[in-house]
Design a protein around this ligand. Structure first.
Ligand SMILES: [Zn+2]
Length: 429
């Protein structure tokens, strides 16, 4: 069941190994669609029926389309929020000592990674390097895709209990092997400098790095009828991609259509550019002002607004059927999943659900209800955080997937287009 939406998602995921690359790719697409860049440190002027975007720290992005006519009695924000980050292995600032003749570099575990899935995978390194040149601060993204590194698993002969319950120490057992220490003294820093490729910059000029080991194998279709998709970072580049595809598809007569994709969701969203920051709130107020409105008009518009928090959902796992409530068991390729939690770990309530159900009906798309078992604590996402801060009606939804937070995840090849259709209905309102 190949389709264009999945082909486009695959090229987005494969070219977005880190949040910085995801944002860079989105910016490029927005530019191609005549999107206008806004900078938080400058004055903003916005007009009707235009596409704008603003980034923070190069890992979070907000893009919006202004309505065809500005009438502050009707202006509201129809929003979709997602995240750009995924669990991975982040390089620590200083390299590890050589063990035997292996060259290694220590890593911190970024987010709730399923550590076993990172063993014996061919890993690449990507991220950003900060350097100082002639007293000025600079930054450049790098992505090493032609060289592969590994966290080798201990052989079964040396760990007879491995299949009875693999125990991994996140500090000592997850350190990738980068090469062998030969006499030529070519180091990993030399490689990074080579790939940074800036004339005149030497090793001593590199001041800091945000680099990540990530899965190297490209996305692929799976299953007898290609009903599945396999790939890294489906959580949550899939929802990020679906939201911007819908935003680019069209505009509304009276509402501002907006997408926000935040870094740092996997580590709790508390950072200057995470979903718990003032990024979205500040951008929304500035849009109102830039369109000629007042603070009063901003607060009124907020009250009329609606936020869809879109993050992947857990599909029923055939080998662990008991992990789901008996009737709330999302199925792959059966449409968007509405996530509910009585303790508001998801922001969904009956009103926001009803509005989403109407959007699904208008889009001709089925939907599914999810709530977890009472004896398994629920995960959460950006929805409740933003809803609490902004006081905006919010729903949490996502498409069904398996292996969430694995180095390589699995979802359906039909669900993606369905979610894009529902978001497009929202942005056309
Ligand atoms: Zn997620």
């Amino acid at each position: 069941m190949r389709n264009n939406d999945i082909d486009s998602l695959f090229s987005f995921i494969d070219s977005s190994p880190t949040p910085y690359h995801a944002v860079e790719n989105m910016v490029q697409t927005l530019k191609d669609q005549n999107g206008i860049e806004l900078n938080e440190s400058e004055d903003w002027e916005c007009e009707a029926d235009n596409l704008y975007y603003v980034t923070r720290n190069d890992g979070s992005i907000i893009a919006f389309r202004t309505p065809k006519t500005i009438d502050f009695n009707n202006v509201a924000y129809n929003m979709v929020a997602a995240h750009t980050d995924s669990p991975c292995l982040k390089l620590k600032p200083v390299k590890k000592d050589v063990t035997g003749n292996y060259i290694q570099w220590g890593v911190a575990i970024y987010g709730g990674a399923l550590l076993n899935s990172w063993l014996d995978r061919d890993l690449n390194v990507s991220g950003r390097i900060n350097y100082i040149q002639q007293g000025e601060l600079h930054q450049k993204l790098i992505s090493i895709r032609d060289l592969f590194f590994r966290v080798p698993q201990l052989a079964i002969h040396l760990d007879r209990e491995a299949n009875a319950g693999l125990k991994l120490n996140s500090e000592t057992n997850m350190v990738p092997v980068l090469g062998l220490n030969n006499d030529d003294e070519y180091s990993f820093e030399d490689l990074l400098l080579e790939r940074l490729d800036v004339e005149g910059v030497e090793a001593k000029d590199i001041s800091a790095m945000d680099l990540y080991f990530h899965e190297s194998q490209p996305c692929s279709y799976g299953g007898m009828k290609q009903e599945f998709i396999f790939g890294p970072r489906i959580d949550n580049l899939a929802m990020t991609h679906a939201s911007y595809e819908a935003l680019l598809a069209g505009s509304s007569n009276t509402k501002v259509g907006l997408i926000a994709s935040f870094d740092h969701e996997e580590i709790g969203s508390s950072s200057p550019h995470g979903a718990s920051s003032n990024f979205l709130n500040s951008v929304l107020e500035r849009i109102t002002i830039a369109l000629g409105g007042s603070r009063e008009e901003f607060l009124k518009a907020l009250n009329r607004s609606y936020l869809v928090s879109a993050d992947m959902a857990h599909a029923l796992h055939p080998n662990y059927e008991d992990r789901h409530d008996g009737v709330h068991r999302p199925l792959i390729n059966q449409g968007p999943v509405i996530k509910m939690n009585a303790r508001m770990r998801f922001a969904t309530d009956s009103q926001t659900t009803s509005r989403f159900v109407l959007l699904c009906r208008q889009a001709g798309v089925p939907y599914q209800m999810f709530t977890g078992r009472n004896d398994i604590p629920s995960g959460s996402t950006v929805g409740p955080l933003i809803a609490t801060k902004l006081g905006v009606s919010t729903i949490d939804v996502g498409n069904a997937q398996l292996g969430m937070h694995s180095a390589r995840e699995m979802a359906g090849s039909l669900d993606h287009s369905m979610m894009i259709k529902v978001f497009s209905e929202l942005f056309a309102e």
